[in-house]
Design a protein around this ligand. Structure first.
Ligand code: RP5
Length: 170
């Protein structure tokens, strides 16, 4: 199967939805996309904004569960309300990824994403690329609770990661 066909197969009936506030977030969020692809998890990536397209954002989150999505990853920068808005409209787990911003280096995004009021949780990851990668790994970890093949892949991933460190020669 070619790369394009594989990507098409993975975006049919997505288990994970990766949403971001702007196309400018893609360079960071492609790391979440790549990680989910590596684990063979069906997912979709979409741009929507809590502020610029509020109708789309609320509609997307409200219908995610009925479409078979099990985990939402939401990335935004600055006044980063996308993950919170997603969480307000669904009881699916929402993983927030704060984008590094020009003005405050992502501290604004981090605080906007993490400081949710009690009752509407957003699990917030690190700012930028590590957050994007870890959000995908966290999503895999959630899905792996009921999918032994994913649990096995996660163990193999960790083993390979450790092997690489052990074999590092300076
Ligand atoms: C947020 O504003 C986006 O998530 C992005 O991180 C930031 C800047 O967006 P653009 O002005 O580049 O579209 O909504």
């Amino acid at each position: 199967m070619g790369k394009k066909e594989k990507a098409e197969e993975q975006s049919a009936n997505p288990l994970v939805a990766v949403v971001m506030g702007s196309k400018s977030d893609w360079d960071t969020m492609r790391h979440a996309d790549e990680t989910l692809t590596e684990f063979g998890v069906a997912h979709e990536c979409r741009v929507m904004s809590a502020h610029r397209s509020p109708g789309l954002a609320s509609e997307f989150a409200s219908t995610a569960e009925s479409r078979g999505v099990e985990v939402l990853i939401a990335a935004a920068g600055g006044a980063a309300h996308l993950a919170g808005v997603m969480a307000a409209h669904t009881t699916l787990p929402v993983l927030g990824v704060p984008m590094k911003s020009d003005a405050l280096n992502g501290l604004d995004s981090l605080l906007s994403t993490v400081q949710m009021p009690g009752g509407i949780p957003v699990a917030t990851l690190a700012i930028g690329k590590p957050g994007a990668t870890n959000a995908a790994l966290f999503a895999v970890s959630i899905l792996a609770n009921s999918r032994p093949e994913l649990r096995k892949k996660l163990h193999e991933f960790r083993e390979a990661q450790e092997k690489k460190i052990r074999e590092t020669v300076l």
